[in-house]
Design a protein around this ligand. Structure first.
Ligand code: ADP
Length: 595
């Protein structure tokens, strides 16, 4: 079962997603229809029994036969209904399990740079909410539809057989119901799009509100204007959506309420009996069956509403399943050594605004290259490109002579380790977090890695040591989390290391421990380090000064000072970080310009 070859934008998302279980769903709906039709037999039995008892040729045998058939049909109806539900739930289990796995498999191939706040909420919505919506549809919609169609068809057929004139009269309110229902549907469809947008806005605003709560409170502000706007926007859209719907639905419901239908039947029946077209006894089936027609039709409406939600959910799941993936090499090549080269590299997140251009440099094995520059100059983007979070728009990055696009991920991440500003730890034990890249690592190896990363002693202080669970009984500071992520990288023992300002958000005390851990880890490896302070990188073999996406100056610390250029001026200013910012205060150009 796979969806990998489904068209990118199928016009019928639901049938595309449910194609693998179509047969099971049809069978479930047919069984449910049969069950519902058979459940009407006892009602017809009561009418037949009445007629039999009042007739002159009444015999206990015929009454007994009617009762027996009614009971057997009731029993069979129950059996068919249970089978239908079982089949639908098995199909549901199969498809939702498959979709969850397919989504997870697909997301594993999506560029790492794709993951962010917005994409996380899209993933959470698809994996939890949308698959939950599809579960309700698959498990309940098709059997309910079958039941409704089975019950209505059997009831109408039976009444037509009894007396087609009174049957037509009894059905008169129903076209009116359909008319009002269509009006209600049209009104809700018109407002469905804006409502969906407001819901998405509200979800994002809630996430931002919760994340930003400490900042809002710290600045004495109790109200987040964006959140309040999102709440009001949603309330307004919901009002617009429900108002016409409720009015039209109330009229529709009143038209087919059991009392209305029974009233119409009784008025018609009185007239027809008075005209001598039928006997009072022949009215009995209508009195018994017609009031029951209302419930299935209302149910039909309710599940049609679910269907709209499910189509939208299916579309979102399909969109996620079609998120562009990072091209995997057809024939993976093996890097001959650990030399990393960047050749004519250019990159843009969107075509309008190039972020990097014409970047060339080589990271020789065993040496350190530092990248410095003002914020927004593209340093982190460069680091992420080396880690293949994105692929370059121009030029290429090679490792051991092979374009990184032709190296399979396992080999690439076995060779390049990274420690970024934003540490992602799993809500799992410390041991599992360190051993993420080498799940088979021994306890001794894990502890050795933690020692290199300066975090071993801290772990031992936790009540459950290496078994402590992150954010549960292991609440770590920013610097400790960084050191844990270093231990994770140490365990893989990569010859190359990309460090993106790992000390940026760490306090002074934590920074000393972190710098020590980094220095120990970096020893003997090729390192590309992005730094916000020039004094931390003055011993690097090569320093690249990046400004607005281009390399302005390059060389060792001594060479750059001797050149008396921009770097030398920044160094002389002393306060490197703020000097970098102030020196480049001009608004960023549309395209990276040479310095
Ligand atoms: P630096 O690390 O030097 O501060 P970045 O590489 O983080 O710079 O950012 C360079 C530019 O790219 C900035 O203008 C930033 O707004 C933009 N940028 C960074 N990440 C993204 C992204 N995921 N999508 C779009 N633009 C981005």
């Amino acid at each position: 079962m796979t969806h990998d070859h489904a068209p990118a934008h199928p016009s019928r998302p639901l049938s595309t997603l449910l194609a693998p279980i179509r047969g099971q769903l049809i069978a479930a709906a047919l069984l449910a229809a049969l069950g519902a039709a058979l459940s009407l037999v006892p009602l017809a039995g009561v009418a037949a029994l009445g007629a039999n008892l009042l007739s002159e040729q009444a015999s206990p045998w015929s009454s007994g036969a009617i009762i027996a058939v009614s009971v057997a049909c009731l029993f069979a109806s129950g059996v068919f209904s249970v089978l239908a539900e079982l089949l639908a739930h098995l199909a549901d289990n199969r498809i939702t399990g498959h979709l969850r796995l397919a989504l997870a498999r697909h997301l594993m191939q999506v560029p790492l740079g794709w993951f962010g706040g917005r994409s996380s909420s899209a993933v959470k919505r698809a994996l939890q909410d949308d698959i939950g919506t599809l579960h309700s549809l698959v498990a309940h919609f098709f059997t309910t539809l079958g039941r409704v169609l089975g019950a209505v068809t059997a009831a109408v057929g039976y009444l037509m057989l009894m007396d087609w004139r009174l049957a037509l009269l009894a059905l008169l309110p129903f076209p009116g119901f359909v008319l009002f229902l269509r009006r209600a549907m049209a009104a809700s469809a018109q407002h469905m799009g804006p409502l969906g947008e407001r819901i998405a806005e509200l979800e994002n605003a809630v996430v931002e509100f919760v994340n930003g709560m400490p900042v809002l409170k710290a600045f004495g502000n109790r109200h987040d204007p964006r959140y309040q706007r999102a709440v009001s926007g949603f309330a307004h859209a919901f009002d617009q959506f429900t108002r016409p719907l409720v009015v039209a639905m109330a009229k529709a419901n009143a038209l087919i309420a059991p009392a209305t239908v029974l009233g119409v039947v009784l008025i018609g029946a009185v007239l027809m009996v008075a005209l001598g077209w039928m006997t009072p006894l022949q009215v009995l089936p209508f009195v018994l069956v017609t009031p029951g027609l209302c419930a299935p039709l209302l149910l039909l409406h309710a599940i049609t509403h679910d269907l709209h939600n499910a189509v939208a959910a299916a579309q979102r799941v399909l969109d996620l399943l079609h998120t562009p993936v990072l091209a995997q090499p057809v024939r993976a090549q093996h890097p001959r050594d650990n030399e990393l080269r960047v050749e004519g590299l250019g990159f843009a997140y969107d075509a309008q605004k190039p972020i990097l251009s014409g970047i060339d440099f080589t990271l020789q094995p065993g040496t350190t290259t530092a990248v410095v520059g003002p914020s927004g100059s593209g340093k982190s983007t460069l680091a992420r490109l080396l880690l293949r979070f994105h692929d370059p728009s121009q030029g290429r990055i090679t490792l051991g002579g092979v374009d990184v696009r032709h190296i399979d991920s396992a080999t690439l991440y076995g060779r390049i380790g990274f420690v970024l500003q934003d540490v992602r730890l799993l809500r799992a034990s410390i041991r599992d977090n360190i051993a993420l890249g080498r799940p088979d690592a021994s306890q001794a190896d894990i502890e050795a890695a933690a020692q290199v990363a300066n975090i071993h002693q801290r772990i031992l202080q936790l009540p459950r040591g290496y078994d402590a669970v992150i954010d549960d009984d292991a609440v770590l500071s920013g610097g400790e989390r960084q050191r844990l992520s270093i231990a994770r990288a140490v365990l893989i023992d990569p010859p190359l290391l990309v460090l993106d300002e790992p000390t940026a958000a760490v306090d002074a005390e934590g920074e000393v421990a972190l710098q020590e851990a980094l220095a120990r880890f970096a020893k003997g490896r090729s390192v590309l380090v992005i730094a916000h302070r020039l004094d931390t990188v003055m011993h690097a073999e090569q320093i690249l000064l990046l400004e607005r996406g281009v390399i302005c100056e390059r060389g060792s610390h001594a060479e750059l000072l001797a050149a008396h250029g921009r770097y030398a001026r920044l160094w002389a200013l002393g306060d490197y970080a703020s000097a970098l910012e102030h020196d480049c205060q001009q608004p960023p150009a549309q395209a990276p310009a040479p310095c």
